[in-house]
Write a protein that binds this ligand. Structure first.
Ligand code: CO
Length: 134
């Protein structure tokens, strides 16, 4: 059911420092920071040949990643995002198998303007999983 790894998201305490690490130490192509107020994050996209890394930092007072950063002050891996062809069919299949879909279970428009859902980490080897309709 799942297709490509769309991205791995990493929460960082300092976007400029993390951008430098990816650009200069790792030699990757790194975007300028992009504020996504609707998502409560500022994002830097690291483009790799086969996927992306998204560096995330809280934006605004009610950022959904503020607690994660408080719990992981040095930063850390936050979620992986897999592509699916049909997000509603994927959701229904997962729910039928007992997986928990976060929120109200309806897809939201994600950071790439495509429908996304998040799945409970306890059902997926301790990892928060995002599904994105490709
Ligand atoms: Co994501």
């Amino acid at each position: 059911m799942i297709g490509r790894l769309n991205h791995v998201a990493i929460v960082v305490p300092d976007l400029a420092a993390a951008s430098r690490t990816y650009r200069e130490t790792l030699g990757a192509k790194v975007s300028a920071p992009v504020d996504l107020p609707a998502h409560g994050v500022t994002t830097v996209f690291v483009e790799l040949d086969n996927t992306k890394i998204e560096l995330l930092h809280p934006f605004g007072e009610k950022s959904p990643i503020a607690k994660f950063l408080a719990d992981h002050p040095s930063g850390g891996m936050h979620h992986v995002c897999y592509e699916v062809d049909d997000i509603l069919a994927a959701r229904d299949r997962l729910k039928a198998q007992g997986a928990r879909v976060l929120g109200d279970g309806e897809p939201k428009i994600g950071a790439h303007d495509k429908p996304v859902l998040f799945l409970h980490p306890k059902d997926f080897a301790g990892t928060l999983v995002e599904l994105e309709q490709a």
